[in-house]
Write a protein that binds this ligand. Structure first.
Ligand SMILES: Nc1ncnc2c1ncn2[C@@H]1O[C@H](COP(=O)(O)OP(=O)(O)OP(=O)(O)O)[C@@H](O)[C@H]1O
Length: 287
């Protein structure tokens, strides 16, 4: 069974127009159009596309934050928009998110330990000792020292705070994490570190992600499959870069042209040793 299964998901923010979906032509007005896709355990899907393509809307729909007008969203086989409240609460534990703006994602008055421990408070009954152990373990996984526990968000850099957000997202051992432009606002060194953390988590804990981004290179470094949205429609799903390079879809070509033209590693990108590893040594190669 897939961790996440979307079938015929369609959404418009124009709720005043309730008849739009009755006509196929009116589907043009939807920001997400008839999307069907699945995410399997241990898989990372890159959700790509230009600005306004519908990526964040689809991400919110996957997270249970935006009910689509049509279609279904199954998490671990349960329809997250058609289940009872108890099941919904259970599903919320299994679906976590990391957003682009790390500072607005947290309460500025909470310490790093309190932020990371929030899902444990919400979903698990642990002793203080067990909770501290899990928080320490999560900090270690994202590469921060135990001394970071008592820091407030304003005492942390953007990269450190984004690692705290990742620690919070993974601590309750979710089925998958939706990462919406989670590395986009960071400098290149922090992007590389965060991608490293996410790759390690995926390898060690079989973690699954939906990685929403404009940044094709970051998506190549992390994902096993790349799905491209164009004006709300799915216009391609690729499991190799070679497949993507022969696509005739203008939106796919545009993404590749914008991201890879002139890149020294074009044509030799390998998933087992992606170019971001070199980026740390040859600054600018990835920028
Ligand atoms: N809350 C909202 N109310 C009305 N329209 C919205 C809302 N959120 C997004 N939209 C519109 O839906 C469309 C898709 O937006 P969305 O943010 O999902 O795209 P995106 O691919 O994530 O874009 P970007 O990469 O620029 O963040 C856009 O035209 C946007 O203006």
């Amino acid at each position: 069974m897939a961790l996440l299964e979307l079938s015929g998901v369609t959404h418009t923010y124009d709720s005043a127009n309730n008849s739009w979906w009755k006509s196929k032509q009116k589907l043009q007005g939807a920001v997400v159009k008839d999307i069907s896709m699945t995410l399997e355990a241990g898989q990372c899907i890159g959700l790509l596309g230009g600005s306004g393509a519908g990526k964040s809307t689809l991400g919110k729909i996957m997270l249970g934050l935006q009910r689509p007008q049509r279609g279904s969203v199954l998490v671990d086989g349960k329809d997250m928009y058609a289940c009872d409240n108890r099941t919904k609460k259970q599903l919320r534990k299994h679906v976590q998110a990391v957003f682009q703006d790390c500072y607005s994602s947290v309460n500025p008055k909470m310490t790093a330990a309190q932020i990371i421990g929030e899902p444990l408070d919400n979903f698990e009954r642990l002793t203080n000792g067990e909770k501290d152990y899990r928080i320490g373990e999560a900090l270690d996984i994202v590469g921060l020292p135990a001394s970071a526990m008592n820091k407030l968000p304003r005492q942390l850099s953007g990269g450190q705070l984004q690692r705290i957000n990742i620690a919070r997202a993974m601590i309750s051992r979710p089925s998958f994490i939706v990462l919406d432009e989670a590395v986009s606002s960071l400098d290149i060194a922090n992007q590389v570190h965060i991608i490293d953390v996410l790759r390690d988590l995926k390898k060690q804990r079989d973690m699954s992600y939906v990685f929403i981004t404009h940044n094709l290179k970051a998506a190549f470094a992390l994902c096993d499959r790349w799905t491209v949205l164009d004006q709300g429609s799915l216009c391609g799903s690729f499991s190799t870069i070679a497949e993507m390079k022969v696509s005739r879809e203008p939106a796919v070509k545009q993404l590749l042209d914008a991201s890879l033209s002139g890149h020294p590693e074009l044509g030799t990108i390998r998933k087992d040793r992606p170019f971001y590893v070199d980026a740390g040594q040859r600054k600018g190669a990835w920028a």
